[in-house]
Design a protein around this ligand. Structure first.
Ligand code: 5GP
Ligand code: MG
Length: 179
């Protein structure tokens, strides 16, 4: 059976939810100071791009940066070991940071990223994820803001891949027919 993507969260639902998230996130920061937004590549790229434009409409001063961490191979399960592939370059000493990831799954990635950014000097950390799969958690971590809480499906689209495919889809779908 060849893989099939079943539409799950529409483009409209995602965009609508991002506006709500931006409004709520605004209240978490000191608006007089810059917020360093750090997206975890590659999955959070679409989420970040749309969310920061929504945040900018609320007048937040943003600096954008990215990190690349590895935990998944090209398959569909986490190895649990997280490594820094590409570190962010911004000076985080005393900064308020908004950390973005596509999916909070076992929790290993977000836990590692939080520790790492704190060790880089971040003073205030706020985390937001597009999708949360609480049933899959291996370490106890929660995001400050969640776009959508979902059951344990393997999803793709809106930046999220399977072996580098499907990132370009404007919606989130459930990938069926792969093991
Ligand atoms: P964690 O460390 O929380 O297990 O993993 C989070 C990362 O695993 C996400 O950033 C994402 O890259 C990947 N991941 C978790 N669930 C899925 C999924 O359903 N589909 C895809 N493509 N990646 C996932
Ligand atoms: Mg990821």
């Amino acid at each position: 059976m060849s893989p099939v993507v079943r539409p799950f969260i529409s483009e409209e639902s995602i965009q609508e939810r991002l506006q709500e998230m931006a409004l709520k996130l605004k209240g978490r920061f000191d608006l007089e100071q810059r917020v360093v937004v750090i997206g975890l590549l590659k999955g959070a790229a679409f989420f970040m791009t749309d969310l920061v434009r929504a945040l900018a409409r609320h007048g937040l001063k943003l600096d954008l940066d990215y990190m690349s961490l590895s935990s998944y191979g090209s398959g569909t399960s986490s190895s649990g070991v997280v490594k820094v592939r590409l570190d962010c370059r911004e000076d985080l000493e005393g900064a308020q940071v908004l950390l973005l990831d596509d999916i909070l799954d076992t929790g290993n990635t977000l836990t590692f990223a939080l520790d790492h950014l704190k060790s880089r000097g971040a003073e205030k950390m706020v985390t937001a994820v597009l999708l949360d799969k609480p049933d899959r958690r291996q370490v106890s971590v929660t995001a400050d803001m969640v776009g959508f809480t979902i059951p344990n499906h393997f999803v793709v689209g809106y930046g999220i891949d399977y072996a580098e495919h499907y990132r370009e889809l404007p919606y989130v779908g459930i990938l069926e027919g792969v093991q």
